[in-house]
Design a binder for this molecule. Structure first.
Ligand SMILES: Cc1ncc(COP(=O)(O)O)c(C=O)c1O
Length: 382
C-alpha cells in the first residue's frame, strides 16, 4: 500500500457504496413512480406503511415528511400545548425538545445514563417534580433511543404510568433495534422515526414515520398530515401540516428495507471489531444485555480533555469524526431558558465534552476498520 492510498479520505457514512449494491433496483423503483405519476400518496406509500408495520409489529404506521414532523404530529394530535411539560433527555439532537417547544409546551430537560447515553429514569422522576414545582402539567415523556440503542422502556413506562404521562418514543436513530426481544415501534403510545439519508434506514431526502397501536390516534395523524382534513375533502376539522412522505421516497425505502437486516448485521460486525480493537484505549459503547443496537453512530468516550486533539490527529490521517453532541440541548442558545431536572444534568455535560464518533456504515471493510483502529491507537499513544 503506497502513501497516497494510505491517506485516502474515508467516508463517515458511505451512501455511494450502498448505491453500488442497490442503485439499479432503486432507480427502477423511482422510474415506476415517474411513470405512474402518483407523486403524492401513491401506492408505494401504502405498501411501505404495511411493510414497516409488519417489520416492527406496530398495528398502524403513518409515514410523514421528517422525523421532526413525526414527533410534532403526535404532540399536536394529543393537544399538548402551553402550560404542559414534555420531559426530554438533554443529550440528544435538538429536534426532540424542539417538537415540544413548537406546540407551545415547555420541554423539561433531564439527564441520561452514563453507560447507554439514554434517559435516566431517576432524573426523569426528578424532572417531573421540577415541572410540577414550576406550575407546569407534565403530559408526555420523549425518551430517545440514542445512537441506535433502545432506551430502558420498563423503567420509563413505569415512571410514566405512575405520573400519568404518555410515552412518545424518539427512535429517529434506532428503528430496527429491539428491547427485550421486541422491535422499536411498539413501546409507549407512539414511536417516531426519521428517514434522513444518513440514518440506517434513510431515503433520498427527508422522510419519517409514526408507529402506534392506537387506531384513533393513527386516524388523527393521517388528518394532521394533510392540513387537518375531515371526511369531506375541503372540510378541514383541525389545524394540520403538509407533512406527507413523497411517493418517490417511499419507493426508495421499500428497496432499502429489503436489505435492512443484512445491513444491521454488517454494522454489528463493525461495532464488534471496533470494540475489540479499541476497548483498552477508549471507552467503547456498551449495549445493555436486554437490547440490540443498529449502530446508527459509533461513539466512543475519550476523557481527560484529549477528545479534540484525537479528532485533529484522525483528520490528518484521513479519518473523519463527528461530535454528537458538543453541547447538550440545555446548553444551546434556543433552549437554555427551559427548565432542567433538579440536581442538574452532569452526565449530559460530561458526555458533551468526551464523546467522539468514528466512521460507521455497513460497507466499512475490514482493512479500513483496521486503518481507523490503528489511527486511534497511534494518536492516543502519543
Ligand atoms: C434523536 C433525533 N430526533 C429527531 C430527529 C429529527 O429527524 P429529521 O431530521 O428527520 O427531522 C433526529 C434527526 O437527526 C434525531 O437524531
Amino acid at each position: 500500500m503506497n502513501q497516497h492510498t494510505r491517506l485516502d479520505p474515508i467516508p463517515f457514512v458511505d451512501l455511494a457504496a450502498q448505491r453500488r449494491r442497490l442503485g439499479k433496483s432503486i432507480d427502477e423503483a423511482v422510474g415506476r413512480v415517474t411513470e405512474h405519476c402518483l407523486f403524492i400518496n401513491g401506492p408505494e406509500v401504502t405498501r411501505l406503511e404495511a411493510e414497516l408495520a409488519a417489520y416492527c409489529g406496530a398495528r398502524h404506521v403513518v409515514t410523514c415528511a421528517s422525523g421532526t414532523d413525526a414527533l410534532l404530529m403526535v404532540l399536536m394530535a394529543k393537544d399538548v400545548g402551553p402550560g404542559d411539560a414534555v420531559l426530554c433527555p438533554s443529550f440528544t439532537f435538538c429536534a426532540t425538545a424542539e417538537a415540544a417547544a413548537l406546540v407551545g409546551a415547555t420541554p423539561v430537560l433531564v439527564d441520561v445514563d452514563e453507560g447507554t447515553f439514554n434517559i435516566d429514569a431517576a432524573s426523569l422522576a426528578r424532572g417531573i417534580a421540577t415541572a410540577r414545582k414550576a406550575g407546569l402539567k407534565p403530559k408526555a415523556v420523549i425518551p430517545v433511543d440514542l445512537f441506535g440503542q433502545p432506551a430502558d422502556f420498563d423503567a420509563i413506562l413505569s415512571v410514566a404510568a405512575a405520573e400519568g404521562l404518555f410515552v412518545l418514543d424518539d427512535a429517529a436513530q434506532s428503528f430496527g433495534a429491539s428491547y427485550k426481544g421486541r422491535r422499536l415501534g411498539t413501546f409507549g403510545l407512539a414511536t417516531a422515526t426519521s428517514f434522513f439519508p444518513a440514518k440506517p434506514l434513510g431515503c433520498y431526502g427527508d422522510g419519517g414515520a409514526i408507529f402506534t397501536d392506537d387506531a384513533a390516534l393513527a386516524d388523527k395523524l393521517r388528518s394532521i398530515r394533510v392540513h387537518g382534513h375531515g371526511s369531506e375533502k375541503y372540510d378541514n376539522v383541525r389545524l394540520g401540516l403538509t407533512a406527507r412522505l413523497d411517493t418517490i421516497q417511499a419507493a426508495v425505502l421499500i428497496e432499502k428495507l429489503k436489505i435492512f437486516d443484512d445491513e444491521i448485521a454488517a454494522r454489528n460486525r463493525v461495532a464488534q471489531r471496533y470494540a475489540s480493537g479499541l476497548g483498552n484505549v477508549v471507552t467503547v459503547p456498551r449495549v445493555a444485555d436486554d437490547r440490540t443496537s443498529i449502530w446508527a453512530v459509533y461513539t466512543v468516550r475519550v476523557p481527560g480533555g484529549r477528545r479534540d486533539a484525537l479528532a485533529e490527529a484522525l483528520k490528518s490521517q484521513g479519518v473523519p469524526t463527528m461530535i454528537y453532541y458538543p453541547k447538550s440541548v440545555h446548553q444551546q442558545t434556543a433552549y437554555s431558558h427551559f427548565p432542567v431536572a433538579d440536581g442538574g444534568l452532569p452526565v449530559s455535560e460530561r458526555l458533551s465534552k468526551d464523546v467522539i464518533a468514528l466512521p460507521m456504515h455497513p460497507y466499512l471493510d475490514e482493512a479500513t476498520q483496521d486503518r481507523i483502529i490503528k489511527a486511534v491507537r497511534d494518536a492516543l499513544a502519543d
